[in-house]
Design a binder for this molecule. Structure first.
Ligand code: SAM
Length: 221
């Protein structure tokens, strides 16, 4: 099946969401710097961009930058005065991301904060940062429950919260899994299910990066 998923992904991407030279260069730069190839796919990047546009988001928070491939897709959906703050633990990833953002001409729109996301989030609370319109959680999955708590804290009614990799090849249904990423994502589901403040669903996806999916939710009035 993987081969079919890849071919269909290629078909969709070629027609509806082709990489332009800038996005191609981002992926080449990431590979040259030996970054893991765990960025979203082109079709998923386009989905994130559409969600930014559909929601009219101006203030976006991303947790987990890698080489800023997803960040650049989202930034391109922002209005002229839109901004993204993106958090990245690994200095090399942040360095490559900053160079990619510069090459994409998006330095004015994207701020990369390097270091542990949990520390940055606590710092942002001290700064009394304004709520975000859209928050994309895509870092270390064991910390998803903590990221969700922060995301809710930095939300307002109508804020969109998206979590990546919430299906994990179907492993998500194994309640006895010893994988801390699976357990982190399972707790993330349970916290959302128990919280009347957020309405959400998860969508299973297949494609060039296998079988996985997104959680998409909206903070209620
Ligand atoms: N959003 C990116 C994209 O689609 O192009 C992919 C992000 S990748 C899946 C996850 C990133 O989160 C990695 O670059 C990793 O270094 C970073 N990360 C892991 N733990 C983190 C932490 N505690 N704080 C901030 N970033 C972290």
């Amino acid at each position: 099946m993987q081969q079919t998923w890849e071919q269909v992904d290629e078909y969709i991407t070629e027609l509806l969401c082709p990489n332009d030279p800038v996005l191609d260069d981002v992926l080449v730069a990431n590979r040259k710097a030996d970054l893991p190839e765990i960025d979203v796919t082109g079709s998923q990047g386009k989905l994130l961009q559409l969600l930014v546009q559909m929601s009219g988001a101006k203030r976006v928070l991303e947790i987990g930058t890698l080489g800023a491939y997803s960040t650049i897709w989202m930034a391109r959906g922002l209005p002229a005065d839109g901004r993204i703050i993106t958090l990245e633990l690994v200095p090399l990833h942040a360095e490559v991301a900053k160079a990619n953002i510069k090459r994409a001409g998006l330095e004015e729109k994207i701020e990369v904060r390097t270091g542990n996301a949990l520390e940055h989030l606590a710092q942002m609370a001290e700064e009394q940062i304004q709520p975000f319109d859209l928050i994309f959680i895509d870092a270390d999955k064991p910390n998803n429950p903590k990221y969700l708590e922060w995301a809710l804290r930095f939300s307002r009614p109508g804020t969109i919260i998206i979590g990546d990799n919430v299906i994990r090849g179907g492993e998500i249904i194994d309640k006895h899994s010893t994988d801390p990423r699976v357990q982190g994502v399972r707790t993330f589901y349970e916290m959302i299910a128990d919280n009347p403040k957020i309405s959400a669903t998860a969508v299973q996806t297949v494609g060039s990066k296998g079988y996985d999916g997104f959680m998409i939710g909206i903070v209620r009035e």
